[in-house]
Write a protein that binds this ligand. Structure first.
Ligand code: GUN
Ligand code: FE
Length: 426
């Protein structure tokens, strides 16, 4: 039988984001008819082991078994853009990002970067991501080909940008929509792969392209939509000039019909109460990208306001605006952003809440609640094995942890890829 079990410290979440922790836990998995590994049983070792007598167990003493991390917004072609300094978002796009993305006209380059990208996600314990490719359809094929080879649950899509974009990345309106449709047919729902319709952001898409994207999204209601909104004040001003009739930047997307469940907008910093309510009512999700927002000086996501309006949200690296693939670095940056109290009320996000935002909470925001991110029975068994003794200081600090929150916070503050010992994919 294709059952497998792991014994160690075990972290799970319930569907509301409450953590469950067993200092001596057991995770039992079984492959389903499609060859996908699912959680069969999980909890305290004594109780779970008694329900599965004779099952061989891999023992992981001193290790923490936890849900694989979920990155809600990342640009795989921006791997080489990390750490490019600029005077904010728009110069950064022009001077570094568009030239780097233009190289993806070459399928061999796309394939090489895709391999490096998925290696990097694995090193960092990221098992699912919602990713931008580039405007070149072959960059999407490279992404999904590699994800499929590795059996990952991955979502991605071809960038739409038919205006205000330089030669080399600008696409053609009609062709861009035909290409998107063909890519949906080719990849969406193949095993664990999903397609995301990807208008880059309002300034880069003509009205016709935005209408076409929304039409695709209506025809394929279980695809994702991904874009950017309200990241930077210069960008917000530009959108106001382009769409003077819109109530707000977010309202531009609403007018075209691009807000719905499984629509994910990166940043969501410069929003007002009406915007947040609209996000809530349409079940549109925010991909909070704190290392990117700090690096590009974009601003601070308002966690208190998001909670007040019941806005779906979760964490994202936004590489290459973001500075790290590491979920630990992203969670720590999210903590800094939450604490910031000059531009909005500051608060201290609980470590388990930060962790939830990067696992089960991100899954729920993506419309994948119950599928990944919690290690609940029936869900897909993508998980990480973490070593809380990975560095001398971590070993010293985690040895003094008196609670789950203290253990998780030590990992968030001091952890990185050195902590990630194993990644097990479903
Ligand atoms: N807005 C439009 N394109 C991008 C991008 O590539 N990165 C970020 N951070 N914001 C954007
Ligand atoms: Fe982005």
């Amino acid at each position: 039988m294709s059952m497998q079990a792991w014994r160690g410290q075990l972290l799970r979440f319930d569907s509301e984001g409450r953590p469950a922790y067993d200092s001596d836990g057991l995770l039992v998995t079984r492959q389903d008819a499609d060859g996908v590994r699912r959680v069969l049983d999980a909890g305290a070792h004594g109780a779970v082991a008694a329900r599965h007598p004779g099952l061989p167990v891999e023992h992981l003493p001193g290790r923490l078994i936890a849900p694989g991390f979920i990155d809600m917004h990342v640009h795989y072609p921006q791997l080489d853009v990390i750490g490019s300094p600029a005077d904010g978002l728009l110069p950064w796009l022009e001077h570094y990002t568009f030239p780097a993305e233009a190289r993806f006209a070459d399928p061999a380059h796309a394939a090489e970067v895709a391999r490096f990208f998925f290696d990097e996600l694995a090193r960092n314990g990221v098992t699912t991501a919602l990713a931008f490719a580039t405007s070149h359809p072959a960059s999407v094929d490279a992404f999904f080909t590699e994800a499929q080879r590795r059996g990952l649950r991955m979502i991605g899509g071809k960038v739409l940008q038919d205006r205000h974009s330089p030669d080399g990345v600008r696409d053609q309106t009609e062709q861009s929509l035909l290409d998107s449709e063909a890519l949906i047919q080719r990849w969406h729902g193949q095993g664990r792969l999903g397609y995301a319709i990807t208008p880059r952001f309002a300034p880069s898409c003509s009205d016709a392209q935005m209408h076409g994207a929304a039409e695709l999204a209506r025809r394929h209601p279980d695809t994702w939509i991904q874009s950017h909104v309200a990241e930077n004040k210069d960008e917000v001003r530009w959108v106001r000039e382009l769409y003077p009739q819109a109530r707000s930047y977010l309202d531009v997307y609403q007018r075209f019909g691009l807000l719905r469940p499984r629509a994910v907008y990166a940043h969501c910093i410069h929003l007002d109460a009406a915007d947040r309510l609209l996000m809530h009512e349409t079940q549109t999700a925010a991909a909070v990208s704190p290392t990117s927002n700090l690096f590009l000086g974009s601003g601070f996501f308002d966690y208190a306001a998001a909670a007040r309006h019941g806005m779906l949200h979760g964490l994202a690296s936004d590489v290459g605006g973001g500075t790290s693939f590491s979920p630990f670095h992203t969670m720590l940056a999210a903590y800094y952003v939450g604490r910031e109290g000059q531009s909005k009320p500051g608060l201290s996000l609980a470590p388990s809440q930060l962790w939830w935002q990067h696992t089960g909470g991100a899954a729920r925001a993506l419309g994948l609640g119950g599928v990944v991110g919690t290690l609940q029975p029936g869900s897909e068994a993508d998980f990480v094995v973490l070593n809380p003794q990975a560095t001398p200081l971590l070993a010293r600090k985690t040895a003094q942890a008196n609670s789950l929150e203290e253990l998780l916070f030590a990992l968030i503050v001091l952890g990185d890829d050195r902590v990630v010992e194993q990644v097990v994919g479903a």
